[in-house]
Design a protein around this ligand. Structure first.
Ligand code: THU
Length: 139
C-alpha cells in the first residue's frame, strides 16, 4: 500500500528530483541521479550522487538527501523521488534501501522517474522485504 500524497506534492517532488540531477558529481560513471525527499512536516530536501576517484567511496543521491534531512533534525518522511537519465526508471541500490529503511515504514513510497519523467512507484516494504531495522536492535 502506498501512502497518500497530494498531486501537488508528487509534482514538486518530481521537479526537485529532476533538477537535483544537475548537481550530480559523476565524472566516472556519467550517470546522474537526483533525489528529492519530503518530510512529514512538509519540507523538501534534495540530493545527488557524489562520486570519488576511489570508486567505492562515492555516495548515492538517496543517501545524500536522507543524510541532509536527518542532520537538519528530521526523522519522519512522506516520500522520496529519484530521477535518472535512463528508461525504465532506475530503482535504489541495496545500500540505499537499507539506509532509507532506518527512517521509513513499509508503506513509504519511492517514486522513480526516467529520462522523460515517466514514473513508477514502489513501497519500501516491496523494495526491502524482511529487513533488519531499528526495531530489531535491542542492545
Ligand atoms: N546511484 C545513485 O545515486 N542512486 C541509485 O539508486 C543507484 C546508483 C549512483 C551511484 C553512482 O554514482 C552512479 O549512480 C552509478 O552507479
Amino acid at each position: 500500500m502506498v501512502s497518500s500524497l497530494s498531486t501537488q506534492e508528487i509534482e514538486i517532488l518530481s521537479q526537485k528530483a529532476n533538477a537535483a540531477k544537475e548537481a550530480a558529481y559523476c565524472p566516472y560513471s556519467k550517470f546522474r541521479v537526483g533525489a528529492a525527499l519530503l518530510t512529514e512536516s512538509g519540507e523538501y530536501f534534495t540530493g545527488a550522487n557524489v562520486e570519488n576517484a576511489s570508486y567505492p567511496v562515492g555516495t548515492c543521491a538517496e543517501r545524500v538527501a536522507f543524510g541532509t534531512a536527518v542532520v537538519a533534525g528530521h526523522r519522519k518522511f512522506k516520500a522520496i523521488a529519484v530521477a535518472t537519465d535512463i528508461t525504465p526508471p532506475a530503482s535504489p541500490c541495496g545500500m540505499c534501501r537499507q539506509f532509507m529503511s532506518e527512517f521509513t515504514s513499509r508503506s513509504f513510497p519511492i517514486y522513480m522517474y526516467d529520462k522523460d519523467m515517466n514514473s513508477t512507484v514502489i513501497t519500501m516494504g516491496e523494495l526491502l522485504p524482511n529487513s533488519f531495522g531499528p526495531e530489531d536492535f535491542n542492545h
